[in-house]
Design a protein around this ligand. Structure first.
Ligand code: MG
Ligand code: MG
Length: 255
């Protein structure tokens, strides 16, 4: 069932989403070679709780962290732990908050120290694919238009789009209808209309798009062990247009 949100609900969703953006900005300040991913998780959890919110991921289906931290060939759902970030790593940080009963959910892939030019380009293009998808989130378009835009943009560079994991509606629950695949055909799927709020989250692979799940039961990795990127925004269809509720300004202001 798809929920159509009122203006006041969208404002609450924006507050939760902006807190995610601020949390990711705070985490980003601490990303450097030598820091353990569990330390980043602690920083995020404290920051979220200090702002009167609950980390949405903590305990979600038993997930132990407040962040999903996925390094290099990990695509998504990495568990924070003792791994120390290294120069040249890329690290995807996915964060969720529940503030006043509404969920924010956003993700960003950071660089650690110096990364190669081809990886920088890969990250730029993966992020750009998110905005290509968002451009399509307007009244009258369909879910397939979003996936088509993301897929056709990244595949021209030889990158892959993960199929098994998708974006989603976001509201009082983290995962609501509709599903929002990062691939698809134009003009197919659910029609977008006023008040729909979705998390658009391309998961892009540098090599092939096949994935495997680690024995920890959570971490999703690329089968070919090549890097993957993940960028996510919460987007409301409002006044016929795509309105981004989350923000990377706290991340990119200090990178
Ligand atoms: Mg997320
Ligand atoms: Mg999500």
């Amino acid at each position: 069932m798809i929920h159509y949100r009122t203006d006041s609900e969208i404002e609450l969703l924006r507050k939760a989403a902006l807190l995610v953006g601020k949390t990711l900005g705070e985490v980003g300040k601490h990303i450097r070679p030598g820091i353990r991913t569990i330390e980043l998780d602690k920083i995020a959890e404290e920051f979220i709780r200090d702002h009167g919110a609950i980390p949405a991921f903590k305990g979600y289906e038993g997930f132990p962290g407040s962040l999903c931290i996925s390094v290099n060939d990990a695509v998504v759902h990495g568990i924070p732990g003792n791994y120390e970030l290294r120069d040249g790593d890329i690290v995807s940080v996915d964060c969720g908050t529940i503030l006043d009963g509404y969920v924010g959910d956003s993700a960003y892939t950071f660089t650690v120290g110096e990364v190669s030019e081809e990886i920088k380009l890969f990250l730029q293009r993966s992020k750009e694919s998110l905005y290509k998808g968002i451009e399509q989130a307007v009244s009258g378009n369909r879910i397939g238009d979003i996936g088509y835009a993301i897929q056709s943009y990244v595949e021209q560079f030889g990158y892959g789009v993960v199929r098994e994991l998708v974006g989603h509606g976001v509201g009082r629950k983290m995962h609501e209808d509709p599903q929002v695949p990062n691939y698809g055909k134009r003009g197919t799927g659910t029609k977008l209309s006023e008040g729909i709020v979705i998390a658009i989250e391309p998961m892009i692979t540098f090599g092939k798009n096949d994935i495997i799940q680690e024995r920890d039961g959570w971490t999703i990795k690329t089968k070919d062990r090549k890097p993957a990127a993940h960028f996510e925004h919460d987007v409301a269809v409002r006044n016929g247009k795509a309105e981004i509720l989350s923000s990377f300004e706290w991340i990119e202001g200090n990178q």
